[in-house]
Design a binder for this molecule. Structure first.
Ligand SMILES: NC(=O)c1ccc[n+]([C@@H]2O[C@H](COP(=O)([O-])OP(=O)(O)OC[C@H]3O[C@@H](n4cnc5c(N)ncnc54)[C@H](OP(=O)(O)O)[C@@H]3O)[C@@H](O)[C@H]2O)c1
Length: 339
């Protein structure tokens, strides 16, 4: 039996920007299993922008992360010991085990632990393209942007876990896919590797007029669907380029996650262009997960949906990797590899 389990807990709540001092590394013994419990050794931790929101105490769609407790988060790993008839040592599983090396899971509670097949899909992909970020892309695109062949779909944070899937799913549906991403490397990847039609480097176009001109060139027929991951200048700029009756899926607003204001300068455009704008939280739409995962899984297994990962090594690297994600230092899905 393993003696100790290293964990990252939330030590304090951020005041503005999150820092490494908000986290603490601890070591706890792995408890003995009770009936129906399963011991999972985590191979990968998923780091996701929503975790920043949960570090705050304020009201949101989810409960705040409690202080002094293991940071919550998606995990992929292997069963090493089981006292539940549905699981055996060696099973590959995904769950919400949090930022720690091992998790003891009550497998009698439905949905806490899901077995996955790694024959054609790598284990880590179940935290990305064939997991929560992929389903997020699918839901916002299919259900809110409702793309039709020939239309133009724009997505911000286009090289990321969610954004990369949005553009590729839009291409599968016969759309023109346009990304917005930070820097020439990310933009090149979005076009050359992911197959988007165009990508706007917002870091090369810092002022609103220049960004609008670049978007106009990338989306000459206007924008029919916008998948928003960033907010602020991005939303302002794309709003001005939306076609009448366009649809906007408000998925994330990462440019404001430290609490800074991200004002919308021309909200009248929503009225003038008769736009539909809908925010959503993917975990509130569990009914679509099977359909979405089926398409995403098939596309990944057949090599038609590409993705990229940034992999930090070791539990102690999780806080810095997470802070990097909030600064755009990740390139694709941010993971922490433990095994
Ligand atoms: N609604 C939901 O249910 C749901 C579920 C999952 C994710 N989300 C949201 O989806 C978005 C993408 O998540 P993800 O997991 O795919 O992350 P990601 O795109 O893999 O990583 C975050 C990216 O955001 C960009 N970024 C970070 N700070 C920024 C800033 N201040 N201004 C502009 N861009 C910034 C960076 O890309 P660049 O270098 O290109 O700027 C960074 O790489 C996030 O907003 C997240 O909160 C929502």
């Amino acid at each position: 039996m393993t003696a100790s389990n290293q964990q990252i807990v939330l030590a304090s709540r951020p005041d503005g920007e999150a820092t490494a001092a908000n986290f603490r590394l601890e070591s706890k013994p792995v408890p003995a299993l009770a009936d129906n419990q399963v011991l999972v050794r985590h191979h990968y931790l998923s780091l996701d922008p929503y975790m920043r929101g949960r570090m705050n105490a304020g009201k949101s769609y989810a409960q705040p992360q409690p202080i002094d407790q293991v940071m919550i988060g998606g995990t992929a790993g292997e069963v090493v010991e089981s006292r539940h008839p549905g699981f055996k040592a060696g099973d590959k599983v995904v769950g919400m085990g949090g930022w720690q090396q091992y998790a003891v899971v009550d497998a009698s509670q439905a949905g806490l632990l899901r077995k996955v097949d790694t024959a054609h899909i790598p284990l880590a992909a179940y935290l990305g393209a064939v997991g929560m970020p992929g389903v997020t892309a699918w839901y916002g695109l299919v259900k809110i942007c409702t793309p039709k062949a020939g239309e133009t779909i724009v997505v911000s944070a286009a090289s990321g876990a969610v954004g990369s899937a949005v553009g590729q799913l839009a291409k599968v549906r016969g759309c023109r896919a346009v990304g917005i991403a930070g820097g020439p490397d990310k933009c090149r990847y979005v076009i050359d590797e992911l197959g988007f039609d165009a990508c706007v480097d917002y870091k090369a176009h810092r002022d609103p007029k220049a960004l609008y001109a670049a978007l106009k060139e990338a989306a000459p027929d206007g924008v029919d669907g916008y998948f928003e991951n960033v907010g602020g200048l991005m939303l302002d700029t794309v709003l001005a380029r939306m076609n009448a009756f366009g649809r906007i899926a408000l998925c994330g607003m990462i440019s404001g996650y430290d609490g800074q204001p991200i004002p919308l300068t021309h909200p009248q455009l929503i009225l003038q262009s008769r736009l539909k704008l809908e925010g959503f939280i993917v975990s509130e739409h569990m009914d679509v997960w099977p359909e979405a995962l089926k398409e995403l899984g098939t596309l990944v297994a057949t090599g038609k949906l590409k993705y990229r990962e940034t992999v930090a090594q070791g539990i102690e690297s999780a806080p810095e990797a997470f802070l990097g994600l909030l600064k755009g230092r990740n390139f694709g899905k941010q993971l922490v590899k433990l095994v």
